[in-house]
Design a protein around this ligand. Structure first.
Ligand code: VG1
Ligand code: CO
Length: 542
């Protein structure tokens, strides 16, 4: 029976860079999930009888939230609800299911790289019919709706058995529990030369992939160990755990430090990789060769044609604004367009749909292509493996040759996490006020060529997005970028992105923080970071 339940709005149900993210106890409040999900449905039109995809990264509260979403979706008139077995779907796999099953859209339950567990984070994100995150006009409408909502529709139906494949009726809808891995593994097989990668493993190539007790475990075991013949044990931490084994499922140099140390050890593996909570980020470290995400984007774009799925070449490249300009040099050399978008995958969807770009990436360890409409961690790993197999070279050699051909963009991001919101906002206001006066100023060898607050005009739908981050540009091509995170759940996180271009191959072997030292110091001074946040040092350096 359909129930109409009276409710009142919750404060702050505002989707950020990638959906609504809050602490688990916030989501556990009565009506909280229902309000947000009903607000999403209230902003959609013409979905009666259509298909909705639902899945998550397996974190604490995933199963409960999925049952709630199923009841609301059925009560609101969706005809078919596709759910990954066990409530599991990696973010890129969910994007793929939406596309291949021609669904109306999907609801992804994830807080991505944020920690999980009873006191960890949870998240809900709505994806549209192209498989990608809802564009800003949709997320803004949803937020507006959460502020006026008075009722939601649900059912008094029993829970669905999420562990049994097949169909069951819920109200007037059919719920179909699907294998979360099959379609996705098939897609990877079409994009990459699996025989060639199998040959690489057969020749003794040694790899470690850390699924970080998060969603990619089942995918990585199926693809790397079963389909590609990598030895058993190649995939570590492969069981998705509700609290990610107590770890922070963020594949960076802090939370996946052990992989870095392994790759840098004598007799370490040829290739180490990891992905995040929901499987859309990647970490790539060759033997004695850490690849920054920005460099990875550039190197994948330059070599993608070696993989069967991209043999015809790529149409263009898009990167988020703070991502280094390494990819720009590749695009220039290839004679293709480079698009600079605001942070967040939702800005790539239109460019991909219009065929303007094939490969996209962010400095935050997200890379992907037009095969889905999300960033895709395992995809990046497989493309790297296919390139290594095709070129018969190590990651270190590929990286060295790339820098020699294009120059090296030294790059680092400094995060000041959980600082006071007021101080962070005052810092950004201080920077904005000072923008006009910066041009032409000199600091030692560094001269400021210009500064602005990044604004984006979408060339496909004509929409505009302002205030996307402060850019300080230098005459020698260096940059400092400042923005506040839109994914955190407590206080504010200031991100400072620092970049310097080095054309001279003789100077490509420097340690990154040392190579950027002058810019880092200037970055602190310009923004008066200690004054506004009380912090002298960042909490995370990537
Ligand atoms: C961060 C990253 C951004 C990424 C977003 C979602 O956002 O900087 O590049 O798209 O996370 O990634 P922010 O607003 O905190 O800087 V995921 O893997 O957490 O969905
Ligand atoms: Co993620």
């Amino acid at each position: 029976m359909i129930l109409t339940i009276a409710t009142t709005p919750f404060e702050g149900q505002k989707p950020g860079t990638s959906g609504l993210r809050k602490r688990v106890p916030v989501f556990q409040q009565r009506h909280y999930v229902e309000n947000f999900v009903q607000s999403i449905f209230d902003c959609l039109e013409g979905f009666a009888g259509t298909t909705l995809v639902v899945g998550g990264d397996g974190r604490f509260f995933n199963r409960e939230a999925i049952q709630t979403v199923i009841r609301l979706a059925a009560a609101n008139g969706f005809g078919r609800i596709l759910v990954g077995r066990g409530g599991i779907l990696s973010t890129p796999a969910a994007s793929n299911v939406i596309r291949v099953r021609k669904a109306y859209g999907g609801i992804i339950l994830s807080a991505s790289h944020n920690p999980g567990g009873p006191d960890g984070d949870f998240g809900i994100k709505y994806n549209v019919g192209n498989g990608g995150p809802a564009p800003e006009k949709v997320t803004e409408a949803v937020f507006a709706r959460t502020r006026t909502i008075t009722e939601y529709r649900t059912l008094d139906s029993a829970d669905v058995d999420l562990d049994r494949l097949g169909e069951v009726g819920v109200g007037a809808a059919i719920v179909e529990v699907i294998d979360p891995v099959d379609d996705y593994a098939g897609l990877m097989q079409r994009l990459f030369d699996f025989d060639r990668i199998r040959g690489l493993f057969a020749s003794g190539f040694r790899m470690k992939f850390d699924a970080m007790s998060a969603v990619t475990g089942p995918y990585a075991r199926q693809i790397l160990e079963r389909m590609l013949g990598a030895p058993h044990g190649t995939v570590m931490n492969f069981t998705p755990e509700p609290d990610f084994g107590g770890h922070h499922p963020d594949p960076n140099l802090v939370h996946a430090r052990h992989l870095y140390d392994l790759a840098m050890s004598i007799d370490g593996p040829d290739f180490c990789a990891a992905s995040d909570g929901d499987g859309d980020r990647n970490l790539i470290i060759g033997n004695h060769a850490f690849v920054t995400p920005s460099d990875s984007l550039a190197m994948l774009a330059a070599n993608a044609h070696l993989a069967p799925g991209y043999a015809k070449g790529i149409a263009g490249i898009a990167r988020s604004m703070p991502t280094s300009r390494a990819a720009d040099r590749v695009a220039e050399k290839m004679g293709i367009s480079l698009y600079e978008t605001p942070t967040g995958w939702k800005f790539f969807g239109n460019l991909l749909d219009a065929g303007l770009v094939t490969i996209c990436g962010e400095e935050s360890a997200g890379t992907g292509s037009d095969h889905v409409r999300e960033k895709d961690g395992l995809w990046a790993v497989l493309l790297w493996l296919d390139i290594v197999a095709a070129r018969r070279q190590s990651v270190a050699a590929i990286q060295r040759e790339h820098w020699a051909a294009y120059g090296r963009n030294y790059y680092s991001r400094h995060d000041f996490e959980e600082v006071e919101t007021d101080g962070a906002n005052a810092l950004m206001a201080h920077l904005r006020e000072g923008l006009v006066g910066l041009k032409g100023k000199r600091f030692g060898a560094l001269e400021i060529a210009g500064a602005d607050d990044f604004a984006y005009h979408d060339p496909v739908d004509g929409s505009d997005s302002a205030n996307q981050g402060i850019r300080v540009l230098f005459e020698d091509g260096s940059r400092i970028v400042y923005r506040l995170s839109g994914t955190g759940t407590s206080g504010a996180t200031l991100r400072v992105y620092i970049e310097r271009f080095e054309p001279d191959a003789a100077a490509h072997g420097l340690e990154t923080q040392a190579a950027l030292a002058d810019l880092i110091a200037l970055g602190h001074a310009l923004a008066r970071i200690e004054h506004f946040t009380g912090r002298r040092e960042p909490s995370v350096i990537t």
